[in-house]
Structure formats: C-alpha cells, structure tokens
Design a protein around this ligand. Structure first.
Ligand SMILES: *[C@@H]1O[C@H](CO)[C@@H](O)[C@H](O)[C@H]1NC(C)=O
Ligand SMILES: [Zn+2]
Length: 575
C-alpha cells in the first residue's frame, strides 16, 4: 500500500485492515488532533481586539489553531496574566481589497512611477532616473514600463515625439500606462513595430492628435500583442514584491480583478508556497475579452483559502478620465461622444449566462450609466434564466453577481440594483481622484444624482477596494476617502466643497471598515471565514498602534501598521 502514502510520509503501523478499523482509527486520529490543537494553539492578547462580530464586538485575546484558524476568541480579565502581558497594540480583522490587480501592481513596483507628473519634462526625467538605475530597461526584449501619466496634468495628450525629445531615450522601447490603465503611451521604437497606417478600432481609440503615440481601450491590444511579456520568473518576482507591499498596508487578501488563464496556472503553483502571503480571490479574464472560455480556466478553491477561482471578469466599458466610459447621454464637456461599449447587450447577456450556468460568479466592469444599465440588464436576464420561477433576490444571494466600479448609475438602475440585490464593488479613492473633473465630464445633475454612490448602496452589501495600482493600495486611505469624501493625498475636496465632495454619500467609520472586511467576504463567498475574528475563521489580523475608533480621522491618511498576520503567521512587522 506504499503507493497510497504521500511522498515523504513514513509508512506507519495501523493502516487499513478493514473498513471498520478505518472508521475507528479516523475517530481516534480526530480526537488526537483536537488534543494537539489544544496543546499547540497559540494565544495572542492585545489592548483590544475588534472582532467585527455583533455579540462580542471587542475582546482582548484569541487563540489560533495550528491549522491557521481562530480557535477561541475571549475576554481575559484585567488582572489575569494574559491581560497583564498583552501586546501594547490594537488588533482588527485582516483587511481585504475588493478590487485590485496583483501582477500589474508588482510590475508597477518594478517600473517607472510617473504618477503625479505635471509636464512632459518631468515624465522624461523620471524615465532618465530609472534608466540610470536599470541600464538594461528599454530593449526590444524588455520594454521599459511605467504607469501614472494623465493628459490633463500634462496639459495635452502625449505623443511618441514627447519621448523622442530626449536623445538619450530616443531608441528605447517604452510603454507607459495612463493613470487609469485604459490607455498606453508608447515610444517611436514601439510605434515602428506597428503597420504604417494604423486602422481605427471598435471599442477603442487610436489617438492621432496632436500626434501618434497613445492607444486606448481595445486599441491597446495591437500594441500589447507585440510587447514581450515577462516570463514566469519575472512574474514571480512581481507577485512577491506586490504581496509584501500589500501586507505592509494591512491587507491579508484581495480580489484580483482579471487574471489570464496562464497566470492562474502560475498562481496555483505559487499559492502553496510560504511566500504566498496574501489570500487571492481571482477573477478569470479570458485571453479574448468578454468571452466564454471554460476550457482555458477551471474552478479551483483551495481549502486553506489561499487561492480561490470561481468568478470571471467581463468589461462593459472603459474609464471616465479618457471619455471611454459609456454614457446614456453625451459627455457634458465633449457633446460629440457618449463613450463606447466594449460589448453589445445581447453578447453580454449570453456570456454572463454561460459562465453563471457553469457555477461562476460574474463580475462586470461598468463605469458609465449606459454600461451599468447593460450590466444590470445582463445580470437580471441571467438570474431569470438560471432560476426560472424563483425569487430573483434569493437567486442573486446565491450567485452574487457584482458590478465592478458601479460609478455612474441612472436612478432607474439604482432602483433595480436595490430590488435585485446586485453587489456594487466600489473604490472610494476613485471618487476622490475623479472629483476634480467628474463634474466637467458629467454636468451637475448627473454628478449629483448618479455618480459615486456609497451610502445609498449600503443595503446591497458594497465591497470596497482601491483598484491598485491605479490607486495606492492602503485600505486606510480608502476608509478615509469613504468617510470624508476628501482626497487622502491632500486632505482636500474640490473648491466649493469645503466639507467633502457630496458628503450625503459618505460612510461612517464602521461602515467603511466593513466595506474592507465583510463586504469582500460576502462578495467572495468567504462570509464567516474572513474579515471577522471568530472561532473557525482564518486567523488573519492586523495590529495598529491605536484603535481606529478613537483616532482623529485625518490620521487615517497616514496610518502605519505594526504587524500583519495571515493564517496565524506574521507576514509583516514594522521595522
Ligand atoms: C453583438 O456582438 C456579437 C459578438 O461580437 C456579434 O456576433 C453580434 O452580431 C452583435 N449583435 C448586435 C445586435 O450587434
Ligand atoms: Zn480594475
């Protein structure tokens, strides 16, 4: 029977004589494990522990089983040895980001940061600096990558010529993502790889004025196809830098909003390793966007909660900043366009239903009010098809369809979201980054009645996140933005909003914390297992210097985490 034993296991005495003995032994082994758990469970005590539970919202101690779950959550009396020797910190449940991009974040950490640049010269100077430190970057085989430019800050749409303007950069292969990652700006060397006359693309834009160099949404594909993709070794390095940075800001888990089938295979291999320190709920993104590709990627839910693949990502439109989001009425500041859909209504219903019928949760990216309308249509249609004759709300509470971003929603569709219970996945820092120009794009009425809802969506269990690397991943900045509706970078809202931008949609602190704990748990099918400190839940927690509840709200902008623990193991400690 040696072949039954896992590699490395020792062949021990008592196995397999009759099925009756197996049952008896299994019971015995279980008992012994219980005893071992008790013997080896570790107890941690703090000044206070926020549990996120209704019954004991605050305690001061918990125990962790060797399997990495909480085994006991309790209040030790003040004069007990446990309380007297408690750690000076304050523990909260481990935080989750409900929408981010792990590999892209890792790539960002290993590329040129052009966030906040105010001129073409500033972009060039950051690239020069990077090339000084990374002299091999920018070759045909390893393009120089960067993220964070914004044509509004640069004064005009950038072009390849703006990069060539510096002779030392002229020959380099450069590809820089716009701040919202919906456009790329490339150098002349990259442009030279494309055909001489570049065609227009449905669902995308080839920017031709003031010159060539920028490609948006579907038009990015022709460039991406030429880009030499990082190999698995490089990707592994990206994932590692991303995970350590995420642990550092108090994140124990993320919803990865779009992972290709090939990268999912890599995740599966790496998720077993000790350096996989962030739980990942990954959404499948087929190689061909908005398609049904069940042969390319399969359901995979690892019992330890390190990696879960049971959802897909679809895209209804692009982003607001580049006029790419699809609106019902034209843009206020560009009446010639209403943006563009990346998929038509019937196709979206078909793909949504096909995935859901295979047991996958479907998460649709929708920014503009037309895209959100189509997403609600598709989700409603899929629910009717999959649960004929049943209560649609009950069906949705099983399948948990989500709308990623849910940014601009017509009041009629807000009503449908409430009545069906569709989950909105919201990034509070998108609201505060976009508030500088949202009203220009949308006009006053649409901004007031449709845009960046939070409080009014509380009844449908919103998931909060950051969309890293588009925004910094700190959940505390997200909590600050949700509570104050001011920018966590400046502490300000636009002129005319001294107390925060449309604060009638702000959340209170507790609601915001729940958006980074319970929200992702419900929307990721781990309710009761994550975002909460209770027996049986994953032993994930974060230690802070002070309790969030008594902190000045302004201090949330710069909270620094003392420690982060995942599965009972410390994965970050402040130096
Ligand atoms: C919708 O898109 C699909 C796939 O691209 C296409 O086959 C179909 O003809 C389109 N339908 C309409 C009504 O445009
Ligand atoms: Zn995203």
């Amino acid at each position: 029977m040696d072949w039954l034993l896992p590699p490395g296991a020792r062949r021990d005495n008592f196995w397999i004589y009759s099925s009756a003995t197996i049952v008896g032994l299994a019971g015995l082994v279980k008992l012994r494990q219980g005893a071992l758990n008790f013997l080896y469970s570790e107890t941690h005590c703090y000044q206070s522990v926020r549990t996120n539970q209704a019954v004991y919202p605050y305690v001061n101690c918990f125990s962790v089983s060797p399997g990495g779950t909480f085994s006991k959550v309790f209040q030790a009396s003040a004069d007990s040895e446990l309380a007297q020797n408690a750690d000076p910190g304050y523990a909260i449940p481990g935080l989750w980001d409900g929408h981010g991009h792990l590999l892209q974040y890792g790539e960002f950490l290993n590329s040129v940061d052009v966030f906040g640049t105010q001129s073409m010269e500033e972009v060039r100077s950051r690239i020069r600096e990077y090339v000084n430190d990374n002299p091999k970057a920018g070759s045909r085989e390893a393009w120089l990558r960067g993220v964070g430019w914004d044509q509004m800050a640069l004064g005009q749409m950038p072009t390849s010529a703006d990069l060539t303007a510096d002779a030392t950069l002229a020959d380099l292969y450069i590809m820089l993502d716009r701040v919202d990652v919906h456009c790329i700006w490339v150098s002349q060397a990259v442009l030279d790889l494309l055909p001489h006359s570049i065609p227009d693309v449905d669902g995308g834009e080839v920017i031709r004025e003031p010159g060539m160099g920028v490609f948006c949404d579907n038009a990015m594909d022709m460039v991406i196809a030429l880009w030499p993709k990082p190999d698995n070794k490089k990707k592994q390095q990206f994932l590692q830098s991303a995970m350590s940075k995420l642990n550092e800001v108090g994140l124990v888990g993320i919803h990865d909003a779009g992972v290709s089938p090939g990268n999912l295979e890599l995740y599966k291999t790496l998720a077993r390793r000790d350096d996989w320190t962030v739980r990942v709920y990954a959404m499948i993104e087929c190689y061909e966007r908005n398609t049904f590709c069940p042969k390319e990627a399969h359901r995979y839910v690892d019992p330890d909660g390190r990696l879960s693949i049971q959802s897909v990502k679809l895209f209804a439109d692009g982003a607001l900043g580049s006029w790419g989001s699809a609106l019902i009425e034209p843009y206020t500041d560009r009446p010639d366009t209403s943006g563009s859909l990346l998929v038509n209504a019937s196709e979206l219903v078909y793909v949504t239903t096909a995935w859901a019928a295979q047991g996958f949760q479907v998460n649709i990216h929708a920014i503009g009010d037309l895209a959100n309308r189509l997403a609600v249509d598709a989700i409603t249609a899929a629910l009717r098809l999959l649960c004929p004759g049943q209560d649609i709300r009950a069906c949705q509470s099983r399948l948990r369809f989500r709308i990623e971003h849910s940014q601009i929603i017509h009041p009629d569709d807000q009503a449908r979201i409430h009545s069906v219970g569709i989950i909105p996945s919201i990034q509070p820092t998108h609201a505060t980054s976009d508030m500088a120009y949202a009203e220009k794009r949308l006009g006053g009425e649409r901004t007031r009645n449709e845009a960046y809802r939070m409080r009014s969506l509380l009844d449908v269990q919103p998931i909060l996140g950051s969309d890293f690397p588009v925004e910094p991943p700190s959940p505390f900045q997200g909590i600050y933005a949700a509570v104050t509706r001011k920018s966590p970078h400046t502490g300000q809202a636009p002129e005319g909003f001294p107390n925060g931008w449309y604060t009638e949609e702000s959340l209170d602190l507790d609601q915001a914390i729940r958006g980074f704990t319970e929200g992702p748990a419900y929307g990721g099918f781990t309710k009761g297992k994550s975002g909460v400190i209770r027996p049986g839940a994953y032993a994930d927690w974060v230690v802070l210097d002070r309790p969030l509840e008594t902190m000045s709200i302004e201090d949330l902008r710069t909270v620094s985490v003392r420690e982060t623990w995942v599965g009972g193991r410390m994965v970050y400690k402040r130096g």
